[in-house]
Design a protein around this ligand. Structure first.
Ligand code: PLP
Length: 525
């Protein structure tokens, strides 16, 4: 039976191009190049190792240009993405990514870089990595960052390896890392990978870690604590300074999972909170597209005493002091200190190299320096915001989340587990409200697709019953938020169970068997 793609929604079983192939069909036709045949030997094996020479030509689809264009244009619309819909996926900071970042990352000189190019030919690239490092130091109050880790979890792993190496060198065998139950799932996983045993601490009633509770766990076996702040409930850890003091008195480290940095970017420094190490997810806070398992950057930052443990290589500058006239640093410093004095703008002669001279380095965390395409996007994002707007990123992100918290708190009455007080960049509800209407969290998520919204994060954090976790981010307008709230209101008060179990209905494919899709994925058509 022929399959018709239609024009709306998701169509998950369109034939792949190879099935649309007809022998002899050409996508493009171009005239011959007019060059004479070379005098090279015909036998390829003279140039290429025989085992790499294919015996049969590859089976490539033979299709026309419009077939290819239409196929991929349709494919590109299958996903719900941040360019097409509101994407309030809690814990993921799915903010809209300004297209200027893409434009900069695709400039010829940048997209054609090769990691093995000699350093003298990539001085501006190294300068950007170097300067952006300083910007992050300015934002956090820490001493140095490494861009080697290519995901948030890889940043965590690097940080924990540093802590491990620190104690190993000291001859102390501290085996445990404290992990609050409000932490991201990657935290205990990274602890185990780095050779520690994670020890769970329960969060108090207000969704915060209690310093008193923490004291009970302190011993010389504790290497550190991994704390997400604001935590995955969207709550700021008010006791953070006290927690850091307790840890430091015990000679332990405070690692902060900084994936939620969007909540206070440009408004507070983690060094003031007593943090020793942090990873920043550039692919969240600094507006790089993510979510498809694509490239990321979990830049890891440390205090002065741990600088020598960072991964190698790193960008080292020599020559004149390059702090003067560094636009990005000046902008950042001004944003944080709210000052207006423009320092001197003289340019300086500095040479940048890729150095490996870190005495206690944990080694390489990436094949080369970093995911430069992500770093350059982050840098472009920052510079295009400008100093006046950096602080407003977190202000609006927090405002939007609180707007949702208040408005939905009323609709989903009694289902906000932290009704008291304000949240930071995201808010979380339990399923009490919708349950009264016979609708489950999963059904709410599926129904929202029919309203044209990407579902929020569901059933996470695990300790909130039927959790619905919403992170609107700063890039959404009040109009979008109001529409979303209206949709939830209709679902809560007007939607029948019979409709809920069938949702989504406005997509070409309705409810899929998620368990089967996970257990028996079909990769080949
Ligand atoms: C996203 C996230 C991580 C993991 O980051 P990845 O880049 O996906 O590895 C860790 N912690 C928190 C709080 C997060 O939101």
């Amino acid at each position: 039976m022929p399959k018709f793609p239609g024009i709306k929604g998701i169509f998950l079983d369109e034939d792949p191009l190879i099935r649309q192939s007809s022998k002899g069909v050409k996508g493009i036709s171009i005239p011959g190049c007019g060059l004479k045949k070379s005098g090279l030997k015909k036998d390829e094996s003279a140039y290429i190792n025989a085992k790499y020479i294919r015996k049969n030509s590859p089976k490539l689809p033979e299709v026309s240009e419009p077939t290819v264009v239409r196929h991929f244009t349709r494919l590109s619309s299958w996903n719900m993405c941040v360019d097409s819909v509101f994407y309030p996926l809690g814990s993921c900071t799915m903010k809209y990514n300004p297209k200027i970042n893409e434009k900069i990352a695709s400039l010829e000189n940048i997209k054609n870089l090769h990691p093995l190019m000699p350093v003298f030919s990539i001085q501006p690239v190294l300068k950007i990595v170097h300067d952006f490092n300083k910007v992050l130091c300015e934002f956090t109050g820490l001493a140095e960052f490494s861009f080697a880790p290519q995901a948030g979890a890889a940043g965590e792993f690097s940080g924990l390896k540093i802590i491990k190496k620190y104690f190993d060198l000291k001859g102390e065998h501290r085996k445990m890392i404290l992990v609050p139950d409000s932490s991201h799932g990657t935290n205990p996983a990274s602890s185990v990978l780095a050779g520690f045993t994670p020890v769970e601490i329960k969060t108090g009633k207000a969704g915060m870690l209690d310093a008193g509770e923490l004291e009970k766990f302190i011993s010389k076996d504790i290497a550190g604590i991994m704390i997400t702040n604001p935590n995955t409930f969207g709550v700021f850890e008010k006791d953070i300074k006290k927690i850091a003091e307790i840890m430091h008195q015990n000679g332990s480290f405070v690692y902060m999972d900084g994936a939620n940095f969007n909540a206070f970017l440009g408004s507070a420094k983690v060094s003031d909170m007593g943090i020793d190490l942090i990873q920043l997810n550039l692919h969240k806070t600094f507006s790089t597209p993510h979510g498809g398992g694509g490239p990321g950057s979990g830049a890891i930052g440390v205090v002065e005493s741990l600088r020598d443990f960072l991964p190698v290589p790193y960008v080292k500058s020599s020559g004149e002091d390059d702090n003067n006239g560094n636009d990005a640093i000046t902008i950042t410093a001004m944003a944080i200190n709210n000052s207006n004095d423009n320092k001197n703008k003289n340019c300086c002669r500095t040479f940048y190299e890729l150095a490996e001279d870190k005495k206690y380095t944990i080694g390489r965390m990436a094949p080369f320096l970093c995911n430069f395409a992500v770093v350059i996007r982050a840098y472009a994002y920052l510079l295009s915001l400008g100093r006046d707007n950096i602080g407003s990123v977190s202000e609006i992100a927090v405002l939007n989340a609180n707007y949702i918290k208040k408005k939905l708190g009323v609709i989903l009455s009694g289902s906000d587990p932290f009704e008291e007080g304000f949240c930071m960049h995201e808010c979380v509800f339990n399923d009490k409200g919708i349950e009264e209407n016979g609708i489950s969290t999963l059904e709410l998520a599926k129904l929202l697709i029919d309203y044209g919204f990407h579902p929020p994060t569901v059933y996470f954090p695990k300790n909130i019953h039927g959790a619905i976790m919403i992170e609107p981010t700063e890039t959404e307008s009040i109009r979008t938020l109001d529409n979303f709230i209206k949709a939830v209101k209709e679902i809560r008060f007007k939607t029948k169970k019979s409709k809920a179990i069938k949702s989504p209905q406005r997509t070409k494919v309705g409810r899929v068997n998620e368990v089967l899709a996970n257990k028996q994925p079909v990769f080949r058509y």
